[in-house]
Design a protein around this ligand. Structure first.
Ligand SMILES: [Zn+2]
Length: 456
């Protein structure tokens, strides 16, 4: 069938906008009525089913690929896809009419009566301002009886006709970096390479949630934020994320510092951002953000192997606190702290208020010392392990055959059981039973001649 009047498909135009303009241009009362008359399923067109979009493209004599590119398609199980980007229902707004009055007026001026069209990016929740005209989008839930919310042109004529748009003054507003990014991403021309690895919805929500806690604190009351504050949160979060991975991690460290590194773990430090990642951001596409935060947490907090953080277990402990290491190694925290300080693994705290949970160190680096220390014994036990007297032990120590695992002024030296046993094994490997010492042989109580050192 050939329609009497055709309209041009515009850049970034949604399928329902094109359908509704085609309907109006052909004197149909509504897009739904027009669909029925043309034997098209309005519902399937709203859902963006490819077969129906193809039939619409054929009817309207436009390029099907171009129509598909900015068609909003419903996904089974909820959510939508627009311009290859997946959106949850709450991040892509379909039922409200959202337009820039200046864009619509410009459409009339350039294309005539049926030219005003719906830009696909106007449906993206994170966009509140027109990046072209620097004014806030008009958003209304107003809908005439019997009019489908998806009948863009019919609804526009009823809710915001040309004279009303021309008479009303839209509020001037400077578009944010995030808003410019949203439009560029939908157009396919966004330049932030690191950010482009994430879904657009992920960039928007992560910017807003991170920005909210950066601006208003970990326990920000999200329900109390209005649109202006959400926009400001998006600005704060996007300025961090657009600077890349390192800046994102630094912002997390900043949130930690705000608490003085004191009591509480990541849940307390990151507050609503953590809670949102844990239970709010359910879609799988948020996993990339979760992975970064998970990596940051397991490398900045004393998280034990196997502990579940943000739904994923910690594969390997990377950080210990004196408290966690002391508990794991079965040592007294005070003694362990003095050993670690003496070995240079801990810096003396600047304030006296720090507790053992706040002294952090690299778990991997200190692992051998911890094992040795936890399996260490006092000198008496070490002597018994070797079966030698105290004076013999002193000689062995003097010559460096045995050495304490650590030596501090505050604690008595202790010896690694493993090292002692290893040393005994080496000695016995070369040992011969001597019933009566020859002239050149002596026991350990006599000064140990240097050549004997080669035994080990
Ligand atoms: Zn505009």
């Amino acid at each position: 069938m050939t329609l009497p009047v055709l309209v041009d498909l515009q850049a970034c135009e949604t399928q329902t906008s094109f359908l509704s303009r085609l309907a109006a241009a052909n004197m149909s009362k509504s897009a739904t009525r027009f669909s029925t008359d043309m034997s098209l399923s309005f519902l399937d067109l709203v859902r963006g089913k490819p077969r129906d979009l193809s039939r619409l493209a054929e009817l309207g004599e436009v390029d099907c690929e171009a129509l598909l590119r900015h068609a909003i398609r419903s996904v089974e199980g909820g959510g939508h896809v627009l311009a290859d980007q997946a959106f949850e229902k709450k991040t892509l707004l379909r039922s409200n009419l959202r337009v820039c009055p200046a864009c619509i007026l410009a459409d009339y001026d350039s294309g005539g009566e049926f030219a005003p069209f719906d830009r696909s990016y106007w449906h993206v929740g994170g966009l509140r301002t027109c990046t072209r005209h620097h004014c806030t989008l008009l958003s209304t839930s107003e809908l005439a009886k019997d009019r489908s919310p998806h009948d863009f042109f019919g609804r526009l004529m009823e809710v915001a006709p040309r004279d009303r748009l021309a008479g009303g003054s839209s509020t001037a507003a400077e578009p944010t970096g995030l808003e410019h990014y949203i439009v560029a991403r939908i157009h396919g021309g966004a330049t932030h390479t690191w950010l482009n690895k994430f879904g657009l919805q992920v960039v928007i929500k992560t910017s807003e949630m991170l920005g909210a806690v950066l601006r208003s604190g970990a326990n920000v009351d999200l329900l109390a934020l209005d649109e202006r504050e959400w926009a400001a949160s998006g600005v704060a979060g996007f300025s961090v994320l657009s600077a890349g991975d390192a800046a994102f991690r630094e912002s997390l460290r900043d949130l930690q510092r705000r608490h003085g590194g004191s009591t509480g773990g990541p849940q307390a430090h990151f507050g609503r951002f953590y809670q949102w990642l844990y239970s709010g951001a359910k879609a799988k596409q948020y996993d990339r953000v979760r992975d970064i935060v998970h990596d940051h947490i397991t490398s900045s907090y004393p998280i034990a192997t196997g502990t579940v953080v943000l739904g994923k277990p910690c594969v390997r402990r990377r950080v210990h606190s004196v408290a966690s290491a002391a508990k794991e190694a079965g040592l007294h925290p005070k003694r362990l702290r003095s050993i670690l300080e003496a070995e240079g693994y801990l810096q003396s705290p600047s304030g006296a208020s720090r507790n053992d949970g706040e002294y952090l160190f690299d778990a991997e680096l200190v692992r051998p010392l911890l094992i040795n220390t936890s399996m260490s014994v006092c000198q008496g036990r070490a002597q018994r392990e070797l079966g030698i007297s105290r004076s013999q032990f002193d000689v062995m120590r003097k010559w460096g055959f045995v050495a304490p695992v650590s030596q501090t002024a505050k604690a008595k030296p202790r010896y690694s059981v493993l090292a002692i046993r290893e040393f005994r094994k080496k000695i016995l490997r070369h040992a011969e039973t001597v019933a009566v010492p020859e002239a050149r042989q002596s026991d350990l109580q006599t000064e140990l001649p240097p050549e004997i050192r080669t035994l080990t």
